[in-house]
Each structure stands twice: as structure tokens, then as C-alpha cells.
Design a protein around this ligand. Sequence first.
Ligand code: SAM
Length: 275
Amino acid sequence: MSLDTLERADFVWLTALFEARTGIRLGFEKHTMVVGRLLPRVRARKLESLGEYLQLLRAPHEEAERELLVDQLTTHETSFFREPKHFEVLDAWARSVKPSGAPLRIWSAACSSGEEAATIAMVLEQVAPPGGYEVVGTDVAPEVVRRAQRCVYPLERTTGLSQALLQRFCLRGEGEARGTFCLKDSLAKRLSFRVGNLLEPQPALGQFDVVFLRNVLIYFDDERRRRIVANVLERLKPGGLLLPGHAEVVRDCSDALEPLGPAAFRFVPAASRAA
Ligand SMILES: C[S@@+](CC[C@H](N)C(=O)[O-])C[C@H]1O[C@@H](n2cnc3c(N)ncnc32)[C@H](O)[C@@H]1O
């Protein structure tokens, strides 16, 4: 086998492993993308070919490599203030919500490397809700979750952040950290990140006031997309907000979603409507 092709049978085995862990199906038309994303691992493991890499992936003790496969094959594109309208919605909602004394809880579902969760925290710091707030990020890819936990980003990622936000919430790396910036502790302490698969119910996360579910549903077939939205709504408080990506469809998943504007819904389950 050459360095940069995968036999169809190997492709099927590999993508079945990936699908079992993420729920994302990759057809053979994605062959070039899959190969391109795996070659860095072939080199990192000092192997001669993708065939050798597949052999290694099959070894029982290579669970860490199988986890990395999830990171390699998922798409982690994200940025600070991506799809900025949602942050205006969050700001307006947080300023209008009646204080209950409890902290506001926001879920960045499919958080990637954490910029979305950090943006949410920057908005809420400025609102300063009386009961405080916390932001929980989850993602199926373990390495990207570890990156999110560090709250350190390459300097080119400052796009989207004004000078005022950078000064208030970020620190430029020095010495070995040159070329990066990090969040100040005052912001980072509001964030927590953990591994989680949206296709599974996640009761341990508790209930949220707002869920950001952006740029992830597009990777799933209709049945799985509906399952994910059902799982997410289980975690949303009645009256809470669901903010899917602007390219995503959720209206057909539940009749308890009341549109508030583009890609913004209030969750009004039947039980709370009757009350
Ligand atoms: C394109 S990023 C979106 C990041 C962020 N929400 C945004 O809009 O900027 C999609 C993320 O979904 C994650 N993902 C894919 N399948 C998932 C699953 N089954 N459960 C949780 N996260 C998943 C990927 O690992 C990836 O980090």
C-alpha cells in the first residue's frame, strides 16, 4: 500500500470506528480529506504508510491513538465572536432575565477549542448578572477539549476581539508562550470543559438557561440530528434559549421551540405552556 491511499476495506473499517465514536458517517468521497488528516499521525508515529497506521490503530493498547483519530477526523473550525448576532441575543437576554439568585448556566455544546465558551464569558462579564454565571463546554474530541481547558490560543486567533476586550480579558504570552495569548484567570475560572458525545444523554451536566449548539448538526443525518436536539432539550430549562448555527435546522425536531429571531429559539415545553 502506498503512503497516501487507503484500500476501500480499510476505509470502511476506519470510518466505522469513527462513526461508532462520533455518530458522523464519512462516505468514500471523503477519501482525500481522510487521508490528508491522517498523514500527520503516520509521520508522528514514524510509520511508512497508512496501512501500518491502520494496523497500529487495531492494537488493543492503542486506545490513545484511537481517541486521537476522533480529533483528527472531526472539523474544529471556530473563532471568537463567530456568528456575532448570537452574542447580541445573549447580551439582551442576560440583561432582561429576572434575577433568581442562582448563577446563569450556559452550555457551549460542541465547543471545539473553547473560543465560543470564552466569548460567552466575555459577554456575561460585561452584563455582570447578580447571581454570577458559569459556562460549560463539551466536545466529543478529547484533544480539542484539553486545548480548550488550557485557555491558551495562537495570537492569530485574536481576530474578532477588540482592543478593549483583549486588554480586559486576555494576556499576551511571553518567553516560551510567545506567539500565544491566554485568558485572565478572572474569566478562565468561569469556564469548564469536558468530553461529551451529543448523541448520548448527559444528565450529569445539569440544567442550562442557554445552549449554544452551533455548527455541529450539519455533520449528522436527520435521525441523529433529531436525537441530538432531543438530548440537548433534556438539558434546557423551560423558557431557556437554544441557539443553533445559522446554517442548521432544528424546527422539525420539536414543537416546543418558539422562534425568537434568526437561529434563536425559546424552549417552551407543553407542560410549562399549560402551567
Ligand atoms: C465546527 S466545530 C463547532 C465549534 C463551535 N460550536 C463553533 O460554532 O464555532 C464542530 C465540533 O463538533 C464536535 N463534534 C462532532 N461530533 C460530535 C458529537 N457527537 N458530540 C459532541 N461534539 C461533536 C467536533 O469535535 C468539533 O469540535
